[in-house]
Design a binder for this molecule. Structure first.
Ligand SMILES: NC(=O)c1ccc[n+]([C@@H]2O[C@H](COP(=O)([O-])OP(=O)(O)OC[C@H]3O[C@@H](n4cnc5c(N)ncnc54)[C@H](OP(=O)(O)O)[C@@H]3O)[C@@H](O)[C@H]2O)c1
Length: 384
């Protein structure tokens, strides 16, 4: 295999380490942005290479725009693409999809979703003909590490984030992780394969964990629960579905309760085979590098995704009237009269100038509510 690798950061280096150990052919060239950094492996810049010299590309950069250009060019030229770039894959799906289907070479991206869990292939192949009613999971290792530190080690959010950075589980700018965007990218990709529905990440209702406080941790603990950042695609009716990324109160009865540290987990309920659950490392050079290696070997074996459900034209549609039960914590000086619960709020407690409601809202109303409270430290929203 004669292929070109883009990127030699955490993932790119992890891939070459794994490929070396597993006696897999190494890339013929590695292209980076800054050729002057000290590296473990020799590098080039984009100007030093031409696509026609290679059979395909292995894309491990964090540059979604360039990755899209390289991917489109490679597929059009009949060259395979293996990528970990979930931002590019999810945000620009409609732009590359037809090219990928029409290309004589495959485009594989297992490393983009929950690294060590081979969930894209499972959904695309094993569940190709079985409806999935619920797909849910913990798709982000950084936030799961932070939440584990807050719940099991009594750290506040700032100290937990600092520890995640020190141990290499959070980037210097962790915004896309902690605000739920990274999870939304993965949910967008997995919903295509699981349900045949493409919803751009920006259309998915999303709220993150930066304003999670000791108060919320106490509320959860008093109920024997923890809080996890959960992605969920739930079928509301035969043709209606709700997609969301929300901090979620999780009880001991749930298999997600004990998913700790930087681990990811995926669960689903399928119409015939029922519930299933997978656990694995969601990030890091070796876990992601190993997934890229598996995809490269799959390319050699002639494997490609089927997109059976997406191509069937029978996908469910997002239902803005789907109902969620949410927890809304607020500062009592700023009563949250901007959220209109369907029923009377189930609960309202006030203490220490802090109170919370628990009540039912539609997805549409929840999105409006999130627009108002996002980034305001006095508030926190979670699925109850
Ligand atoms: N880290 C994880 O655990 C993980 C897990 C799953 C998926 N991913 C995805 O994998 C990708 C890489 O993540 P990472 O953590 O490895 O990032 P990283 O450590 O920041 O490395 C990014 C690499 O991309 C190179 N690069 C950026 N723009 C480029 C350009 N225009 N041309 C050539 N090279 C360019 C950088 O070059 P320089 O070295 O010269 O700066 C660097 O080597 C991202 O899309 C990420 O979302 C990461």
């Amino acid at each position: 295999m004669n292929y070109l690798q883009y990127g030699l950061g955490t993932v790119g280096e992890g891939f070459i380490d794994c490929a070396t150990e597993r006696n897999t052919p190494l890339p013929a060239a590695v292209v980076v942005k800054n050729p002057h950094k000290t590296r473990k492996y020799p590098v080039k810049t984009a100007n030093d290479v031409v696509l026609t010299d290679f059979d395909g590309i292995l894309e491990t950069t964090d540059d979604a725009d360039s990755a899209f250009v390289w991917t489109a060019e490679a597929l059009q030229a009949g060259k395979f693409v293996v990528s970990a770039n979930k931002k590019m894959i999810s945000e620009r799906f409609l732009e590359w999809f037809d090219t990928a289907l029409g290309s004589s070479a495959p485009f594989l991206y297992e490393a983009a979703c929950c690294a060590a869990i081979p969930v894209v292939r499972l959904l695309d192949q094993y569940y190709a003909h079985e409806p999935i009613d619920v797909l849910q999971g913990i798709f982000n290792g950084t936030t799961n590490f932070i939440l584990t530190r807050m719940f099991e080690h009594n750290k506040d959010y700032a100290r937990a984030l600092e520890e995640a950075r020190r141990l290499g589980f959070a980037e210097s700018n962790p915004t896309l992780d902690v605000n739920g965007s990274d999870t939304a990218h993965k949910l967008s990709i997995l919903a295509i394969h699981a349900m045949g529905l493409y919803l751009a990440p920006s259309q998915i209702v999303r709220y993150g964990i930066p304003t999670l406080s000791d108060y919320d941790v106490r509320v959860a603990r008093e109920r024997g629960k923890t809080i996890k950042l959960m992605a969920e695609a739930r079928r509301i009716s035969e043709d209606g579905v709700a997609l969301s990324v929300l901090p979620t109160f999780v009880g001991r009865e749930s298999p997600f309760f004990s998913v700790g540290e930087e681990f990811n987990a995926v669960g689903l309920t399928a119409r015939c085979t029922g519930p299933a659950f997978w656990l694995g490392k969601g990030a890091g050079g070796r876990a992601t590098g190993g997934a890229l290696l598996a995809d490269l070997r799959a390319v050699e074996a002639g494997y490609r995704y089927t997109y059976t459900k997406f191509r069937s034209g029978q996908a469910p549609k997002p239902d803005p009237q789907a109902v969620e039960t949410i927890y809304l914590r607020f500062h009592t000086d700023e009563a949250p009269d901007f959220v209109h619960f369907i029923d009377e709020p189930l609960r309202r407690h006030e203490a220490e100038k802090t109170g919370y409601y628990v009540g039912k809202v539609t997805i549409q109303e929840l999105r409006r509510c999130i627009d108002v409270v996002e980034h305001r430290p006095g508030y926190f929203i979670a699925r109850w």
